[in-house]
Every structure is written in structure tokens, then in C-alpha cells.
Design a protein around this ligand. Structure first.
Ligand code: ATP
Ligand code: MG
Length: 436
């Protein structure tokens, strides 16, 4: 309930409707009271008042003193009015009159006559020494007040209809806002090719146009940066190959080892950048084959033999799935490599599990190392993102492995996710769909 009120309070649509409503009410009240003020004071009205007073006096003379009640009743019936007579001895009225308080005003020039407007009827009271007469002009049903109910209902219906119409109209006028919100959400999710249709040529249309211009500029800037990165990575490949060859001739074994390791790291980085781009540019860049996942993982684990704290494969049964075996290998190598790299030598061994469900096949890789802080987990799959840059200096790497893994899984129509308890364990879950 509270959130609903908060949501409504934030809605510009609701605020506009409220402004409409308040304006309408204020307008009606203002116009109504102005008209009333002038109508009450009009000369015709004063003249009519005097005529009516005189007419009432004639009517009373018809009834006579002492009052002839039979005559009064027949007058009331004939003229369609209500008559009441109050004498010190008795009280009589031609119909039941309500006993609520009526505010009378004197009629100038007629000392005995007072008038009042009450519940839509006109009251004339004439006070004689012997009796007091009351003449009530107007429709009889008004007393019961059932007309008020009808009027109120009609009023509510009209207000409801007007509000509904204005709601629809305002909502239609504000549709570009919803489109803009959607577009910005898509942009922030990384869909840079977002453009919003312009169907209104007003300020919101201008805003949409500005958004589209901005998104085009951002798109171009990002593309240019990406292209630069790709070009640099590509151009680095040949000098890297030449340097690797040259490194073979270095005499000092320690220096040679260091240089070869650095060169290897750079080569892995350029390959990861180029590979990532290839995967995102052509979705069909995968060449599928049905493989046995556990066997593939065992094969990879063999190459990490002797590296502490070691890897244990817990699953037994064979799980077949159709994937691009080369890309799957790159993926598992990256995740297992991370698990070992970010464990301590004395940690529990890394655990790999493979399983199958109705529509998917999953692999979990869990290590019991340093873990990943909660706030870093959503950013892990961004290119070049590393949790603790200074601490990880000695582990090497550029923060590209997981972003490549994400791309590989997206190309397969699957996903890779992480969950971690900082200081205790980290688990990566990889899911491949069974059907392509
Ligand atoms: P690269 O893989 O490019 O050689 P990298 O390993 O640093 O370098 P990623 O594999 O993308 O890059 O991982 C990004 C960051 O995520 C790592 O720097 C590390 O901080 C964190 N990380 C990844 N896996 C784990 C893990 N199993 N335990 C703790 N932190 C991890
Ligand atoms: Mg890595």
C-alpha cells in the first residue's frame, strides 16, 4: 500500500490529473460564487421579492383571521404550495415541513414579512399579532432530499468520466516519456544501438531526438575505441612472435624465463581481445560438436597437475552436450585457472561438478580461496575488471578471462554466474542449453 502511494506520488501523470482536478474545482467554486453574488443583488430580484411579499399578504387575507384552515388547504392544493399557520392555541400545516432551522431575512418595505431560501424552496414568513403564517413555494419532493442523491451520483459520474478521459489523454501525451525511460534502460544495459521512435513533434519529441543524437555519438565513440583496441591487439601479434623467437637466444636462464612468461601473458591478452570481438560480431561463429563434458574437463585438469591446491572432479556419470569444443575448452581453462590462481596453497582442492537437467547441462567450479566481495561480483564479467589490482599484481592477468567466458556462454545461448562467500569460497556455475 505504502509503495503504491509512493509510486503514485512520483507519477507525473497523477500530478497532472491532480492539477486538473484542483483547477476544475476552484474554477467551479469561483464562477459559482461570483454568479451568486451578482444574482442575489440584482434589481429584478429585489423587485420580485417585493411583489412576492405583497402577493403573500393577499393570500393570507384569503385565509382570514381567525384562520380558515379548510380554505388554507384548498389554496395550498390549488397553488401547489405549502402553508403553515401557528397561533398561540394551535399549529397547523398543509404538509409535513421539516423542523430544521431556516435563516430568514427581512423584506424591505414590509415590516411583517421575512423571506428565506432553504433546500431549493422559497420561504415567506408573515408575523401578525394573532398568528404566524408560513408560505413555502417550490417543489414538494425537495424536502426528502432524494434529488440530492441523484444529483450527487450524476456529478460523480461526470467527474469520473472527465477524469478518465483526461487520464487517457495525458497518458497518450506522455507516451514518449515511457519510451525514453525504456531506451535509457536499454542503453545502460549496454545496448548501444538503441534508438527511440519519434512520433510527437513537441518538447518530448525534441527530447527524444536529443536522446537519439546522444546515443549515436556514444555508439560511435565506443566503436572507435573498440576498433583501436582491436587494431592494436592485431598489430602486436607479429612483433610478439618475433620477440618470442628472439627470446630463445637469451643466455641468462632467469631473464629468459621472465621474458618468455611476460610474452606469453601478452599473447594470451591479445588473443582474448580478438577472440571476444569475433564472438560478439558473428553469433554463428561457433562450430558445434557433441562432446562428453566430464571427459573434456578431465583433459583440462590434467594440464594443471602438480599445481596446488589441486582439482577434484566430483561427478561420475557421462554428460553429453553439443557445444563448440574449442571455445568450451577456453572457458573451462579460464575458470579452473582462476580457481587455482585465487586459492591458497593450503586451501581445500578446487571442486568441479557436472550435472544434467531437463533442458540444460551445468558445470560448477568451486574453490575455497579468498572469495570475491559482494560489490565486485556484478562487475566481474566486464573486460579488464580485476578485484584487487595491487594484490593481484603477482598473479598476472588483465581481467579479460571472465569477460571472454561470458561472451562464449552468450554465443552458446547459455550463461555463467558467480556466487561467493568472501574469505571462504567462490563458485562459478556454467549452464549450456541442451537444445540450440
Ligand atoms: P586473465 O584471466 O585475463 O588472465 P584475471 O584472471 O585477472 O586475468 P578474470 O579471469 O576476468 O581476469 O577475472 C577477473 C577478476 O575476478 C580477477 O582479477 C579476480 O580478482 C576475480 N576472480 C576471478 N575468479 C576468482 C576466484 N575463483 N576467486 C577469487 N577471485 C576471482
Ligand atoms: Mg582469469
Amino acid at each position: 500500500m505504502l509503495t503504491f502511494i509512493k509510486k503514485i506520488g512520483r507519477s507525473i501523470l497523477f500530478k497532472l490529473l491532480l492539477v486538473f482536478l484542483i483547477t476544475a474545482v476552484v474554477l467551479v467554486l469561483a464562477v459559482g460564487s461570483i454568479i451568486r453574488h451578482y444574482a442575489d443583488d440584482s434589481p429584478h430580484r429585489r423587485l420580485m421579492g417585493k411583489n412576492l411579499a405583497q402577493y403573500s399578504i393577499y393570500l393570507i387575507q384569503e385565509i382570514g383571521v381567525p384562520p380558515d384552515l379548510k380554505r388554507a388547504q384548498s389554496l395550498a392544493n390549488r397553488l401547489g404550495i405549502a402553508i403553515a399557520v401557528v397561533t398561540p392555541a394551535a399549529q397547523w400545516s398543509s404538509e409535513v415541513l421539516p423542523d430544521d432551522k431556516v435563516q430568514y431575512r427581512r423584506v424591505s418595505g414590509f415590516p411583517q414579512v421575512e423571506r428565506a431560501r432553504h433546500r431549493g424552496r422559497l420561504f415567506i414568513r408573515i408575523s401578525k399579532p394573532s398568528a404566524q403564517f408560513l408560505l413555502v413555494f417550490g417543489k414538494r419532493g425537495d424536502w426528502e432530499g432524494d434529488d440530492y442523491g441523484e444529483v450527487l451520483l450524476l456529478l460523480l459520474l461526470v467527474i469520473g468520466a472527465i477524469l478518465t478521459l483526461s487520464y487517457l489523454l495525458v497518458r497518450w501525451l506522455l507516451t514518449p516519456l515511457a519510451w525514453l525511460t525504456n531506451g535509457m534502460k536499454r542503453m545502460s544495459e549496454g545496448q548501444l544501438d538503441t534508438t527511440i521512435p519519434i512520433r510527437k513533434f513537441d518538447e518530448l519529441g525534441d527530447l527524444t531526438q536529443a536522446f537519439n543524437d546522444m546515443s549515436a555519438k556514444i555508439r560511435n565513440a565506443v566503436r572507435a575505441k573498440q576498433q583501436l583496441l582491436l587494431d592494436v591487439s592485431h598489430e602486436l601479434r607479429s612483433p610478439l612472435t618475433r620477440m618470442k623467437l628472439a627470446a630463445e637466444f637469451i643466455q641468462d636462464n632467469k631473464v629468459k624465463k621472465q621474458i618468455v612468461t611476460d610474452l606469453h601473458e601478452m599473447e594470451v591478452m591479445t588473443t582474448e581481445i580478438l577472440e571476444s570481438d569475433r564472438l560478439s560480431s558473428e553469433q554463428g561463429g561457433l562450430s558445434y560438436a557433441t562432446i562428453e563434458l566430464t571427459a573434456l574437463i578431465e583433459e583440462i585438469v590434467v594440464s594443471y597437475q602438480g599445481q596446488s591446491p589441486g582439482v577434484k572432479i566430483l561427478s561420475e556419470g557421462a554428460v553429453s552436450v553439443s557445444v563448440d569444443p574449442e571455445r568450451a575448452r577456453v572457458l573451462f581453462r579460464n575458470v579452473i585457472d582462476n580457481a587455482l590462481k585465487y586459492s591458497k596453497d593450503q586451501s581445500r582442492p578446487v571442486e568441479v561438478n557436472v550435472g544434467s537437467e531437463a533442458t540444460s547441462v551445468w558445470v560448477t567450479v568451486e574453490d575455497f580461496g579468498e572469495g570475491i566481495p559482494q560489490q565486485d561480483q556484478p562487475l566481474l564479467f566486464e573486460p579488464f575488471y580485476r578485484v584487487d589490482k595491487s594484490r593481484h599484481k603477482q598473479t598476472g592477468g588483465y581481467g579479460l578471462g571472465l569477460s571472454l567466458c561470458k561472451k562464449i556462454m552468450a554465443a552458446h545461448g547459455g550463461d555463467i554466474t558467480v556466487s561467493s562467500k568472501p574469505g571462504r569460497s567462490t563458485r562459478f556455475t556454467i549452464t549450456f542449453p541442451k537444445r540450440r
